[in-house]
Ligand binder design. Structure first.
Ligand code: AVJ
Length: 344
């Protein structure tokens, strides 16, 4: 079943997009939120990114989960029924490794993938329905916090939250802590969080993953402008902007930009407004944060999580960390309002 109840209706979604675009392009340092990458075309381009030889993240995490699936399931499945909540599930390629393992051992659970892409959730529901019919699935289309709030109100019982694929990387440092603490606030003792983290490594490997030879990542980044053209009546000339990724090995942040190749005006009809671009002015479009294991442990602890296990691939490029909520942990981190969390 696909639960579209959380999906903002088209008009609201477009209004939010318009507001965010207007805000981002009106700043001295222009920026656009990375969550708008994932329209239909953007989701397909991201699928292609995951298949690229340079994009090691997906393959590394696939290896981590494949090699450790028995242990991981052992550590979170337990005896009784639980809800498996997959934040930013996408095509769930990696989650399926765990789902198969859970099905094989006849675990009692309900799978709840959450994603902002309607297309992705429809496809996932269909593919699980035919491929793993024994699993009970309820896909939710919405943003993370809408979904968590809905789950809080509607699903009681033990919860295991998956936040795979280095999705945490898109948050700024303070936002990632706010996010984790909010997730923690929704959980009870005995609940778990399995989170995928991209680790610090040779900066060339990281840079190449966001600057692939085939130009798929460039197309993915530029698609944000195409989306503005289509949904808000913009007149961006995609030929006049270029993809520019830059990795800073000190803070571990991969930053992606769209750089204007010349001085130009861009008109956005729905905003009734022109935006000026100086020659070589940049729009910041994405952060992809890389972590060290001590940083990850620290991040979890700051929100009252206990680090239970760390799983890594053989090359130590990627880690999946299992956090638990302990019985004796009484602190209740405060919930944080949505709009502080979704801005990039
Ligand atoms: C989906 C956020 C994990 O940051 O690596 C891939 C998105 N951007 N290539 C990442 C992305 C450019 C990806 N995440």
């Amino acid at each position: 079943m696909i639960d579209l109840s959380l999906k903002k209706n088209g008009d609201n979604a477009t209004a939010a997009f318009a507001t965010d675009v207007n805000y981002g392009l009106s700043q001295d340092q222009k920026s656009l939120p990375s969550r708008y990458f994932y329209d239909g075309k953007g989701s397909r381009l991201f699928q292609k990114i995951m298949d690229l030889p340079e994009y090691y993240l997906t393959r590394s995490e696939y290896e981590v989960l494949t090699e450790n699936k028995e242990t991981i399931i052992e550590e979170f499945a337990g005896e009784g029924f639980f809800h498996l909540i997959d934040l930013g599930a996408g095509d769930a390629l990696k989650t399926k490794i765990l789902l198969q393992q859970l099905a094989d051992r006849h675990s009692a659970f309900n799978y709840i993938p959450v994603d902002i892409s309607v297309d992705a959730m429809q496809q996932l529901s269909n593919s699980l329905h035919t491929g793993m019919p024994e699993i009970s699935v309820q896909a939710i289309v919405g943003e993370y916090f809408q979904a968590l709030e809905w789950l809080q109100a509607n699903k009681t019982g033990r919860k295991v939250v998956l936040f795979l694929g280095s999705n945490i990387g898109n948050f700024k440092a303070d936002e990632s802590r706010d996010f984790l603490c909010s997730v923690r606030a929704y959980l009870q003792p005995g609940d778990k969080l399995l989170m995928g983290i991209d680790l610090h490594k040779d900066p060339d490997i990281i840079l190449r993953a966001y600057d692939d030879a085939a130009g798929v990542t460039a197309a993915f980044n530029l698609n944000l402008l195409r989306r503005i053209n289509r949904e808000l009546g913009g007149n961006f000339d995609l030929e006049q902007f270029r993809h520019y990724p830059l990795y800073n090995p000190q803070d571990g942040v991969m930053r992606s930009y769209l750089v204007s190749k010349k001085e130009q005006e861009v008109y956005i009809r729905d905003l009734r407004k022109s935006f000026h671009f100086a020659a070589w002015e940049a729009i910041h479009t994405e952060n992809s944060h890389k972590y060290t294991l001590p940083q990850v442990k620290e991040l979890g602890m700051a929100c009252g999580f206990t680090l239970q296990s760390v799983f890594q691939d053989n090359n130590h490029r990627f880690a999946d960390v299992l956090f638990s909520v302990e019985e004796d942990d009484n602190r209740k981190p405060e919930g944080i309002s949505d709009d502080r969390l979704i801005k990039d």
